[in-house]
Design a protein around this ligand. Sequence first.
Ligand code: PBG
Length: 300
Amino acid sequence: MDALIQPVFVVHGAGVTQPIGSMPGIARYSVDAALDRHVDRLVAAGIPGVILFGLPASKDEIGSENFAEDGIVQQALRRLRARYPDLLLLTDVCCCEYTSHGHCGVIRDGVVDNDETLDVLRTVAVSHAAAGADVLAPSGMMDGMVGAIREGLDDAGYVDRAILSYAVKYASAFYGPFREAADSAPASGDRRGYQMDPANAREALTEAAQDELEGADILMIKPALPYLDVIRAVREQTTLPVAAYNVSGEYAMVKAAAAAGWLDERAAVLESLTAMRRAGADILLTYHAGDVAQWLAAPR
Ligand code: PBG
């Protein structure tokens, strides 16, 4: 249970709890009592941390709300920091939820401009740190993102904040439900320019080593269950903590089968998460976190 991080979606508005169709049990919450009630339950169940994803009020070319002082994630961070001094607050540092084109970076001449994107990511990370984030989790697979964020945080005096890098992120079909939840599907094209080819395992080790050199504190592999071999390989290469992201599509499959009566949800979830731990993951980001914590607190 100490290993489980729950993803939480936050939206503008008041009194909003907006269920996500493709992810039964998961909703978007406004930053008020709606969010408090949700996080109160997670904390009571013993979840040590949450990772925040924001839905901005409006999107533009560079994703300005991503680094706005009153951005939705910044608001959520300040509220949660004040309410739960000991809860680990992680943030996803990426552009795709905030940009009008839905890509993970700044577009120049039709392609993602890596270096210009690094400037944005640095600013976003510092703004999250200022609002109370403990762990910054860059997820866009831009070259040099970890180094740029580390430098930005250190320069701003946030030497004590950690970086969890989405070091090994495959261009996966299993992100489908998340893109509904976060409204972040690319308007055109796909992410294969910056995410990894599912057939490639060795490149994962290069990506992980590079992020470690740049100062990552935790290395994450994503998705989880279809990539257990990669979790194991990264585990064997590094002494850093390894995380796995049990993504939205993995969650949706189990929930759909369980709803149809085809799977025992609890048994299937615990078996899957155990497999990720067995493969070498110390930390699991999973939409099942809250449920699992409750199940483990009340064994059947
Ligand atoms: C990017 C990001 C994505 C996820 C986490 N961070 C989407 C993507 O890469 O397309 C997906 C997580 C999931 O599917 O649960 N901000």
